[in-house]
Design a protein around this ligand. Structure first.
Ligand code: SF4
Ligand code: SF4
Length: 156
């Protein structure tokens, strides 16, 4: 029973993601494609069937964690980098602004460290795609020249 828990919680996370995508106006087929699950499963999720509500509560708690912990938990539960990135992007609670200072020396460390694949090097300077950034601050903390600043965008 214990080893089934991650699977149940993964379902809870996918349920939350499906609900969010529905709120954004996506149809069931699109949601199924985004989450790499079949359409009948999406239908069950959106109708609240075949779900453990305890797992959904746990999944909600995970999305409330500090961003780095949220990312770590999703990685551990989903165990697939591409699917983890999707869930994190859809279920993250906040949006972020990312700034890279001119002191960037283009070493590429942040590119390698960013699990969300949000950073690229352009003309030997880091550029950050804020849409995919989950605010984990790994890049900010590890940059050898302190060139990165990640700021949460406050709701008005
Ligand atoms: S780790 Fe810092 S110095 Fe290196 S590429 Fe990224 S922003 Fe630039
Ligand atoms: S904070 Fe930095 S390392 Fe984390 S997701 Fe955003 S860009 Fe990537």
């Amino acid at each position: 029973m214990v080893n089934k828990m991650p699977k149940h919680i993964a379902s809870g996370l996918k349920y939350l993601a499906a609900v969010k995508l529905k709120e954004q106006g996506h149809n069931q087929q699109k949601i199924a494609e985004e989450l790499d699950i079949d359409r009948s499963t999406v239908s069950h999720y959106l109708n609240g069937r075949n779900l453990s509500w305890n797992s959904i509560d746990v999944a909600k708690t995970i999305t409330d964690l500090y961003p780095k912990d949220f990312l770590t938990m999703v990685q551990a539960i989903i165990q697939d980098p591409e699917k983890s990135r999707k869930i994190v992007i859809i279920c993250k609670k906040y949006e972020y602004d990312a700034f890279v200072d001119d002191s960037c020396i283009g070493c590429g460390l942040c590119v390698d460290l960013c699990f969300m694949k949000s950073i690229t090097l352009v003309s030997l300077k880091a550029q950050i795609n804020s849409i995919h950034c989950c605010g984990c601050q790994t890049c900010e903390n590890e940059c050898p020249t302190n060139s990165i600043k990640i700021l949460e965008i406050e709701d008005d």
